[in-house]
Design a protein around this ligand. Structure first.
Ligand code: PMP
Length: 427
């Protein structure tokens, strides 16, 4: 057995005590392949958590593309290179025609930071609206948007938070259009407040799938009234696709397409390079030009030939292995299995999600919908002990987060469901 205690002590000393770890008994991983992970003792785990290895851990096509380009050339983007052009051409062909150009970054945080500044460049204003349970990254500017960890010194006056949409407990008590209108009214209030301030209103930034907020199953066209209010006020809509992008929701390539809106700016990250650090901001060329003019932006590593080769290879595999379709079918199958488990375990309050991003909100009683946040922690630790890795998230931190690599199969779903059944029965 490997000595995890020594490793943890070494980690604390070298990386700091507050560097977080998953699970009461952290996993010491040494190898990955497809949807599987292995620890240092050779134990195999089913990965139901990681969306970064989007097309599967260590996919040979992506590994080969990275190695080939790394042995040929890697440099910054102040030279001509076709790799970045071929990639941005292929990437933007999956978006609405109005979103036809891109800036490549190294992380999702950077992408959102750039997006906020793009909105500033276009509108001349700095006020931003985000949801109150979101996470958009860790730069000084974007950490102002997150409420999980309020910034030291508090929020700048330029940020307004609106309640994260929760379809299980809809704002105003009613679902459907009334819920959409109630949420839009909150956005309108925030716009009015910013318009009165010295900051003015620049942009609404949302994950259109509200992944970190607990991926609520929202009514069709839920976002339409809020987006109309933003446009009427001259603001921009930024969609953070770091989580729902690249076909994960099964029905659409992008979360905003699923939500039936066309944003002004889209940000990308996590799955884009299958683990190679690459992110991006997609926007119309006028937005991009306004940004470059205002900020003279350059990113040393963003869009380098190796990153572009990795990102291109991800698109190759997505297409060749029909992984979006797989997400649609396997996701529906697994969600149905989760619903069925709900007939047996009263703890399962609400099953939701789309494609290979789904889970169940765990509640102490279905009538009151009392969040079972501590039980959720026990559940994910119980799953880990039995060799299945998943997480939890949401407004009440009581929703299981199941977001595996995209080649996840029905057999994998069966294993995950049988293990969950076992864990819930043993509580
Ligand atoms: N946006 C969202 C929605 C995220 O979930 C995250 C990371 N969890 C980020 C942005 C930040 O991405 P990164 O960690 O690559 O900076």
């Amino acid at each position: 057995m490997t000595d995890t205690k020594t490793l943890r002590a070494r980690r604390e000393k070298l990386l700091g005590r507050n560097m977080s770890l998953f699970y009461h008994d952290p996993v010491h991983l040494v190898k990955g392949e497809g949807v599987w992970l292995w620890d240092a003792d050779g134990r195999q785990y089913l990965d139901c958590y990681n969306n970064v290895p989007h097309v599967g851990h260590c996919h040979p096509h992506v590994v080969e593309a990275i190695c080939r380009q790394a042995s040929m050339l890697n440099t910054h983007t102040r030279y001509l290179h076709e790799g970045i052009l071929d990639y941005v051409e292929r990437l933007t062909s999956t978006f609405d025609r109005s979103l036809d150009s891109a800036i490549l970054t190294c992380t999702g945080s950077e992408a959102n930071d750039v997006a906020l500044r793009m909105a500033q460049a276009v509108t001349g204003k700095t006020g931003v609206i985000a949801t109150d349970f979101t996470y958009h990254g860790n730069t000084t500017a974007v950490s102002q948007l997150s409420t999980r960890m309020p910034p030291v010194g508090g929020y700048g006056g330029h940020v307004r938070h609106v309640p994260a949409p929760d379809a299980y407990r809809p704002l105003g008590g009613e679902g459907g259009q009334a819920f959409a209108n109630a949420w839009a009214a909150k956005v309108e209030e925030a716009i009015a407040s910013l318009a009165e301030s010295s900051f003015g209103f620049s942009a609404l930034i949302i994950d259109p799938f509200f992944a970190n907020e607990g991926f609520p199953d929202l009514p069709e066209d839920f976002l339409a009234p809020a987006v109309a209010a933003v446009r009427k006020a001259g603001g921009l809509v930024i969609c953070d696709e770091v989580q729902p992008g690249f076909g994960r929701t099964g029905s659409h390539m992008w979360g905003h397409q699923k939500a039936r809106i066309v944003p002004d700016i889209v940000t990308l990250g996590k799955p884009m390079g299958n683990g190679h650090p690459v992110g991006g901001v997609v926007a119309g060329s006028e937005t991009l030009n306004a940004f470059r003019k205002a900020f003279r932006y350059f990113n040393t590593f963003g869009g380098n030939p190796v990153s572009c080769a990795a990102a291109m290879a991800v698109l190759d595999v997505l297409e060749a292995e029909k992984l979006q379709e797989n997400a649609l079918h396997v996701g529906a199958y697994a969600r149905a299995g989760l619903q069925k488990l709900g007939e047996k375990h009263a703890l399962i309050g609400n099953v939701r999600g789309s494609g290979l991003f789904f889970g169940a909100e765990l509640v102490l009683d279905r009538e009151e919908k009392t969040p079972a946040s501590d039980v959720a922690t026990r559940v994910i630790n119980g799953m880990r002990e039995r060799g299945v890795l998943m997480g939890k998230l949401g407004i009440h931190q009581n929703a299981t987060k199941i977001r595996p690599p995209m080649p996840f199969s029905k057999d994998n779903a069966d294993l995950m469901l049988a293990t969950l059944d076992d864990v819930l029965a043993g509580l």
